[in-house]
Design a protein around this ligand. Structure first.
Ligand code: GDP
Length: 434
């Protein structure tokens, strides 16, 4: 636990946190998608800016000037989900915290991708709706397999000429040999991309021209072919889920009614167990498809609580396994996954807390150097600002200022906790903003 007994109580429940990465072949639209997610999540809190014409990119420029960018390593955003168990309950909103961890897109950086995969709990893998599965995404896919990262596929650029959702869906199944299931089907394509069908909740949306999502409606209000497509996708989804999820399979055998809430819960379990890969289609451009995708991240990708513990070993003996349990009341243990030299703030150590809590002013112990250093500042990155925080909790991702001797892959923990987490595979230099 924190050495500071007065640290504030956890401000949000851990089950509403998602630590995700966005991976893609270069040019598939990862940056656009990340910006759109940040823009959209930011919009909720800064509605005035939409009318002012400000975008996250503008904020990014300002951040660059100040020396911290949203692409530095990890950025936190908040999302208010409007649907609950398949029913839209507009007044029962929940706030979700989504930490987006940067996974570099260039082929030269696959080592860096691998490193960031260690600290995230789930990923969105972006494919271009025209190009389909491309070589670099195959590399990232294999790396995600190695760390068993649950993932959602987003077939992007559905508005472009030649875009074909079904062909990319088939490609994903064939090339990766996975149980891919359609969860968000685009309505129309190319210049006629009009909306999206949510197969699980049996809802559809027609986009508005002004970058907003439009209101949702029941799929029974859709025209013939689209309704048939949605129903057949739902049947396929249920059939695959019944094969890999015992609870749902049993309901099916007992001929009990299978509701959207049942499918949603089974899909979440199956995705976390890597038994299925949900596939969504849309366009990161102008937000067309992004909102439902963020809902899907919350609905189907794991929270830190779904991963009960990080595995480490005793510092002096790799044979002796030690677990860092996902719990605020356990001793503090975290992994430094990226170093960043900021010209104003100084050396930032991005870290993921696995167990316990840590507060500004605490002493951080590094089992590699056997040294303790004081934590000068704790910083959380948001789309348009960085925020000084007092305390980090189990499952959090943030940055520490003031640690001089930490390297990427170091465990940072309480001295009494005899643990060293598995270090990342490759050494990493400090990246400088200058
Ligand atoms: P990254 O290399 O994966 O980060 O790709 P970018 O986000 O930089 O996108 C590459 C290019 O594709 C840019 O010119 C984007 O504007 C464009 N782009 C990204 N997403 C979409 C989309 O959904 N539709 C269209 N038409 N263009 C897109």
């Amino acid at each position: 636990m924190s050495e500071n007994p007065n640290h504030p109580k956890r401000p949000y429940p851990l089950e509403r946190t998602r630590n995700i990465g966005i991976a893609a072949h270069i040019d598939a639209g990862k940056t656009t998608l990340t910006e759109r997610i940040l823009f959209y999540t930011g919009m909720i809190h800064r509605i005035g800016e939409v009318h002012d014409g400000a975008t996250v990119t503008d904020h990014m420029e300002q951040e660059r000037e100040r020396g911290i960018t949203i692409t530095s390593a990890a950025v936190t955003c908040e999302w208010i989900q409007k649907k609950n168990d398949g029913v839209f309950k507009l007044f029962e909103n929940q706030k979700e915290r989504i930490n987006i961890i940067d996974t570099p897109g260039h082929v030269d950086f696959t080592a860096e991708v691998e490193r960031s995969l260690r600290v995230l709990d789930g990923a969105i893998v972006v494919f271009c709706g025209v190009a389909g599965v491309q070589p670099q995404t195959e590399t990232v896919w294999r790396q995600a397999d190695k760390y068993q990262v649950p993932r959602i596929v987003f077939v992007n650029k559905m508005d472009r000429t030649g875009a074909d959702f079904e062909s990319v869906f088939a490609d994903v199944k064939a090339k990766f040999g996975v149980n891919a299931v359609r969860i968000l089907i685009p309505i129309g394509s190319e210049e006629n991309l009009q909306g999206q069908i949510d197969v699980v909740n049996m809802k559809a949306v027609i986009y508005k021209d002004d970058d907003t999502m439009g209101s949702t409606f029941d799929i029974n209000d859709l025209e013939g072919d689209l309704l048939a497509e949605a129903e057949s996708a739902r049947e396929e989804l249920v059939s695959i889920l019944c094969d890999c999820d015992e609870q749902l399979g049993e309901k099916f055998l007992m001929e009990e009614e299978i509701t959207s809430a049942d499918i949603k819960a089974a899909l979440r379990r199956a995705t976390i167990a890597n038994a299925v890969v949900p596939v969504a289609g849309g366009s990161a451009f102008k937000n067309k498809g992004v909102q439902f995708l963020v809902d899907a991240v919350v609905d189907y990708l794991p929270s830190p609580l779904d991963i009960p513990a990080a595995v480490g070993h005793e510092p002096g003996d790799e044979e002796v396994e030690v677990l860092a349990k996902t719990d605020d009341n356990e001793p503090f243990c975290s992994l430094a996954f990226k170093l960043w030299a900021d010209k104003y703030v100084g050396k930032l150590v991005f870290f993921r807390v696995y167990s316990g809590t840590v507060s500004k002013g605490d002493m951080a112990y590094n089992p590699r150097t056997r040294k303790k250093e004081r934590i000068g500042r704790l910083i959380k990155m948001h789309a348009d600002k960085h925020e000084d925080i007092e305390t980090c909790y189990a499952g959090d991702i943030a940055a520490i200022v003031g640690l001089k001797s930490v390297q990427t892959g170091d465990t940072i923990c309480e001295q009494k906790f005899d643990i060293m987490l598995e270090p990342p595979l490759f050494p990493e230099p400090v990246i400088s903003m200058a």
